[in-house]
Design a protein around this ligand. Structure first.
Ligand SMILES: NC(=O)c1ccc[n+]([C@@H]2O[C@H](COP(=O)([O-])OP(=O)(O)OC[C@H]3O[C@@H](n4cnc5c(N)ncnc54)[C@H](O)[C@@H]3O)[C@@H](O)[C@H]2O)c1
Length: 337
């Protein structure tokens, strides 16, 4: 029998914080999700992303999986000037529908989901592609993603003990180092610029702003032998020569790279993608072949990551009765004979 929903569950960031859905849990969820993608059990058109000013953007991301029993859509704005106003860079909502009847089951804060799932996807890449003896991680951008990436790298590689960090705004960099030192047992130090971070890193995360016209600075000489670079800012920080010099290039979704190239003029220097994250996770190809390879992963962020995180959030919220029920329908209609 079909259960007709007369209300919908709203999960705020505070509600989501109460679910005990940790970074380690989300990395496990994403690993399964990328396997499903490899098996063709997910529908996911390329995200809609467009600039509304220099670095301001809107984006919308949808995915559906009858195998998972759900579909979902995320609508967000991005503005790197927002933190100076006390607002988040990325804001928005996620709507989760059950797949069988299409009924909406939940609305949730998408800043929370994006914060977690983006770092979890990088954690997955680090788990599979960082050198076994990697000791130093570099973080460019000491905001929400910088913080979540420390959590994600620590979850998969607690033996990475040194973190070098840089933020354009010195007080944000200093606060990040103080906060992270208090929370984690690793050593954190600040750097004078991106070159110092890149040259020191076995694992490098680039999280600068995604501008309409990019101003990349990372050249091939800055990247160590055997290093892994994960960009979450498209190709904003990495020069075309750096991209060309990498031994292995992966992405979370080739279609999305093509789409961003066609519609937004991104990735002009990307002439090849060697494997996707789904290829890697499902064991087809894309694995590190030796300790000398310099590997680059473009993690643009895909809708499937949001979907599996939101499904698990709803499951836990239902069990613990967390969130606010909002009215959806005035009356429940009887089914037609
Ligand atoms: N790929 C994905 O799935 C995904 C998801 C979410 C966010 N992002 C991207 O990650 C980046 C960071 O997002 P966030 O939510 O952490 O934002 P945030 O505002 O919380 O933090 C960004 C930090 O970067 C600093 N910064 C700005 N320019 C810099 C530069 N050139 N070098 C170093 N630091 C710089 C800012 O001062 C700020 O502290 C953005 O580009 C965002 O679009 C990507």
């Amino acid at each position: 029998m079909t259960e007709i929903q007369s209300s919908i569950r709203f999960l705020s960031a505070t509600d989501l914080d109460q679910l005990k859905l940790g970074m380690g849990d989300i990395i496990v969820l994403l690993e399964k999700a990328f396997r499903l993608k490899a098996e063709g059990k997910v529908q996911m058109p390329p995200k809609i992303f467009f600039h509304r000013g220099g670095a301001q953007f809107y984006s919308s991301m949808v995915s559906a999986s009858s195998h998972l029993g759900f579909a979902g859509c995320k609508w967000q704005s991005g503005d790197p000037d927002n933190p100076s106003l006390g607002l988040p860079y990325i804001q928005g909502l996620y709507v989760l529908n059950e797949d069988r009847t299409g009924q909406m089951r939940a609305i949730m804060d998408s800043e929370w989901i994006t914060g977690e799932r983006t770092a979890a996807a990088s954690g997955l890449v680090v788990k599979h592609l960082a050198r076994k003896d990697a000791a130093t991680a570099g973080i460019l951008g000491c905001g929400l993603q910088g913080r979540k990436h420390v959590e994600a790298i620590h979850a998969v590689r607690p033996d990475i003990t040194d973190y070098v960090c840089y933020d354009l705004v010195p007080r944000r960099q200093a606060k990040f180092i103080a906060d992270m030192t208090e929370r984690f047992p690793m050593r954190f130090r600040g750097a004078a610029g991106p070159e110092e971070v890149a040259r020191a890193s076995d694992v490098l995360i680039t999280g600068g702003p995604i501008e309409k016209s990019r101003k990349p600075v990372i050249v091939p000489e800055w990247i160590r032998e055997g290093a892994l670079v994960v960009t979450i800012d498209y190709d904003s920080y990495v020069c075309d020569e750096m991209v060309a010099a990498m031994d292995l290039i992966l992405t979370d979704d080739s279609g999305q790279i093509e789409d961003a190239r066609r519609n937004e003029g991104k990735f002009p220097g990307v002439s090849r993608i060697d494997a996707t994250l789904s290829d890697l996770i499902s064991g087809h190809h894309g694995a590190r072949a030796n300790d000398k390879q310099r590997i680059l992963a473009f993690n643009l962020g895909i809708a499937l990551e949001d979907l599996v995180t939101a499904i698990e959030a709803l499951r836990r919220a239902q069990i613990s009765n967390i969130g606010t029920m909002l009215p959806l329908r005035k009356r429940v209609l009887a089914a037609e004979a």
